[in-house]
Design a protein around this ligand. Sequence first.
Ligand code: HQG
Length: 183
Amino acid sequence: MISEKENTKISKLLSLVLRHQPEAIGIELDENGWADVNLLIQKVNEAGQQLDFETLEFVVSSNQKKRFAFNSSNDKIRANQGHSIDVELNYKPQTPPGILYHGTAAKNLDSIFEQGLQKMSRHHVHLSADIDTAIKVGQRHGKPIVLEVDAQTMQNNAIEFYLSDNGVWLTDYVAPKYLKLQE
Ligand code: HQG
């Protein structure tokens, strides 16, 4: 259908416009992060990237991390997480596993143990239930290091967690006292 390379290119463009800069192609997201599918396809084409509905469906369904989702009538699309712009995804608080993981780069550790895990430019701190995912996330930033997050104690202290539709655990902030290096 489309090559892996083309798929990645379209996926990156979707991440850009559905998480960070809808104005880059001249669309708007509603308050819950949804974009109109027909308008998105039109504007993506006008921006010089060929795209039809069938290809968009393929990019969404083949995306390993399930970054994007259609609504039930397939006329709206949004990113499941990772936004830097202000949208309300309406995820409900959920009980996390006792331990969650965060992958980062070794160079960030001093600062993290001093200030805690901050959401930086995103809406939430991103955590995973498994170590392998955390290693992959950390690799994006440099030499990967995995931190163990004491989600059980955080939860006991009434700190809320959310689970995105693509399985990423989200929270607002992780204080240093809940963090330790994964052995
Ligand atoms: C670090 C990808 C210094 C934090 C992934 C991370 C994920 C600090 C970086 C999702 C810090 C932010 C999110 C502090 C946090 N001092 N560094 N106090 N607090 N940091 O990309 O978690 O491919 O915003 O450790 O798979 O790496 O986009 O967050 O290294 O799920 O779908 O600041 O993005 O998914 O980096 O990744 P990011 P992340 P997608």
